[in-house]
Design a protein around this ligand. Structure first.
Ligand SMILES: [Zn+2]
Length: 266
């Protein structure tokens, strides 16, 4: 286990992000536990604690690899915090990604020796060969494509029938975000786009994505779905949308933004 001990006054109030196997411990009313270290009813090793940031002027800590809480009903996806608070979701995203980093960087990928954390930044270092690793972040592009009055939505093979979203895909090595957007759209639904405009980004800890969002205008081509990835795709009237992601997600935000723009221009 990588050591990352912090000096922690046992009676200091804080928020506790307890992570196990990609899930987050929440109280019976769906909150992140708040209190002192001693008020937590679980035993804790100092090396299992990382400071994550502050929330409402109080420190937030990660407790990693905790499997003492056996009741399955307390473990949740961080998604459940999204509708509650964007700030808490971002801290949970950091907690999950740091926990995954600690779990997957115990040994050097180059020489196999044990790694340790450096103190001045979040990185794992191999003393034997000097190999240094940082938490993985996988950039992903989301593209909301419109033509007059309509938006192109697709259903991934991973989603239930009736649920649609804008197109998404991972950025490949040595590719710009813009190139990835154009390539992914072409691969997934066979159409060409133009006038890409950046909208914003959102950390997405499932397990370590960074969503980047764009809008684009349809240029040419008929919809041809990529087998294995896209179950169905179609043009939907912006005034009559199917079930789409919630407004707290970046894809949901882009869809609503495009819909609002259409309604304003009518
Ligand atoms: Zn090494």
């Amino acid at each position: 286990m990588i050591k990352h001990s912090i000096s922690l006054p046992k009676e200091r109030l804080g928020y506790w992000f307890i992570v196990n196997k990609g899930r987050l411990y929440l109280t019976t009313d769906g909150q992140v536990p708040h209190g002192t270290l001693t008020s937590l009813t679980i035993a804790t090793q100092p090396e299992q604690i990382c400071w994550l940031g502050d929330y409402q002027q109080q420190p937030c800590y990660l407790l990693v690899d905790h499997d003492q809480i056996s009741d399955d009903s307390f473990w949740h996806s961080a998604r459940s915090l999204l509708a509650h608070s964007e700030a808490l979701f971002e801290l949970a995203a950091r907690a999950l990604q740091v926990a995954l980093f600690l779990q997957t960087h115990r040994f050097c990928g180059q020489c196999g020796s044990a790694m340790h954390l450096v103190h001045w930044e979040l990185a794992a270092l191999c003393n034997k060969c000097g190999h240094r690793c940082y938490p993985r972040i996988a950039p992903c592009v989301l593209v909301g494509i419109t033509r007059p009055g309509q938006i192109l939505l697709a259903r991934s093979t991973r989603h239930k029938p009736g649920f649609y979203s804008i197109l998404a895909g991972f950025v490949e090595s040595a590719e710009t975000l813009e190139q990835a957007a154009v390539r992914e759209v072409k691969e997934e639904v066979g159409v060409d786009i133009t006038n890409l405009v950046y909208v914003g980004s959102q950390p997405w800890p499932f397990p370590h994505s960074l969503m980047t969002g764009f809008t684009a205008e349809y240029q040419q081509g008929d919809i041809v779905c990529q087998p294995n990835e896209i179950a169905e795709a179609a043009w939907f009237d912006l005034t009559n949308l199917p079930e789409v992601p919630p407004k707290e997600t970046l894809s949901g935000r882009i869809i609503r933004q495009l819909q609002q723009k259409h309604l304003n221009n009518r």
